[in-house]
Design a protein around this ligand. Structure first.
Ligand code: AMP
Ligand code: MN
Ligand code: MN
Length: 330
């Protein structure tokens, strides 16, 4: 079942979750603020409703999660560790496809196949793999959907839950800058602020909590920026990552910076991974669709912010992505 409105989805989702004995909440690999905020926010809402919930994320939490007191409770999956056996419902948040919870997806195929999946997400490329899916592509963040769900359930939200949900709203909209920031987004955020959500701490953690290494990495990536008219791109190589000590998260900084240059239509960051694959992050000017380009490359995302992982080296990835993007923009 695919729901696209809160009104339709709220009763079915509440029934499914309150009927479960033990719920596993998870989200995508390299979780961002919306993945962490929605995992923790939903868990807190469900617990307040009397549900038993365990959170496990596929890989380490982003550093901005330090402002959430529940962050240390989130399990980070490690190969060979077992997921709770008595879980009878898996809830996937902020994730377009279950394959995006790698390495859990490959290591726990049987576990996942044996349990019903419920999906709450806002990606246009969501593949609707749950038995219940709430996919609201107009929502700026999964946390926006959760704020609305709690309202529909008449479920009170405390200050910590509000802070977690604000984290998703603030990060996915880059502080309410992106074009999918709607009046509703701001209303949900205002409500969360009124409930005691620590908006300013979330903002500060996102904007002013960067490690020194990120600034160095950003400088190197800006130095390597290429201007090809419609496309501006740069790269974040393993050498740059090792030379600066910057981790994956520095890539977000670089992507955000690229898309500040007004002259291009689309922006690409090529991030070389340790395993020899390349992660691309694409952004675009309002109205320009890079989501379908990412989808064609085996990835996904939103119209104006999308990504993919390519099983090839940097040079090959550059060739493929830039030519695909050029034809899409032409
Ligand atoms: P990023 O460039 O990593 O910030 O991602 C931008 C958007 O694209 C996010 O909504 C991601 O969830 C989505 N995305 C990134 N990489 C992938 C991928 N390999 N497959 C599907 N969606 C992706
Ligand atoms: Mn996300
Ligand atoms: Mn999101």
């Amino acid at each position: 079942m695919l729901y696209t409105t809160i009104q339709q989805a709220a009763p079915a989702l509440r029934d499914a979750m309150t009927a479960a004995r033990h719920i596993l909440v998870t989200s995508h690999i390299n979780p961002d603020g919306d993945a962490v905020g929605s995992s923790i926010g939903l868990t807190r809402i469900l617990r307040a409703m009397g549900c038993r919930v365990t959170m496990v994320l596929p890989t380490d939490l982003p550093s901005l999660a330090v402002v959430l007191p529940d962050a240390p409770e989130v399990g980070v999956y490690s190969q060979g560790a077992s997921l709770p056996a008595d879980v009878d419902l898996v809830v996937l948040v902020d994730t377009g496809s279950i394959s995006r919870i790698e390495p859990i997806f490959s290591a726990e195929r049987a576990y996942l196949a044996q349990r019903p999946l419920l999906v709450i997400d806002h990606h246009a490329t969501n593949s609707g793999e749950g038995f219940l899916n709430l996919v609201m592509t107009e929502a700026a963040a999964t946390c926006e959907i959760l704020g609305l769900l709690a309202q529909a359930w008449n479920q009170a939200i405390d200050a910590e839950t509000a802070t977690a949900l604000l984290m998703g709203l603030v990060t996915d909209t880059q502080s309410f800058q992106t074009s999918h920031t709607s009046p509703r987004t701001l209303r949900v955020a205002a409500d969360l602020l009124a409930l005691g959500g620590r908006l300013n701490e979330v903002m500060r953690s996102m904007m002013y909590g960067k490690p020194f290494a990120h600034a160095k990495a950003l400088g190197m990536a800006i130095e390597r920026m290429h201007d090809e008219g419609d496309i501006i791109w740069t790269e974040f190589t393993q050498a740059m990552q090792q030379g600066t000590g910057a981790d994956d998260e520095a890539g977000d900084e670089i992507t955000a910076y690229l898309s500040r240059v007004a002259t291009a239509k689309a922006y690409v960051l090529f991030k070389e991974r340790r395993d020899g694959t390349v992660k691309i992050s694409m952004r675009s000017q309002p109205g320009i669709d890079v989501g379908s380009v990412a989808h064609n490359l085996g990835g996904g995302g939103h119209r104006e912010a999308a990504g993919a992982t390519l099983q090839m080296g940097l040079a090959e990835a550059r060739e493929l992505v830039l030519s695909t993007l050029r034809s899409a923009l032409a």
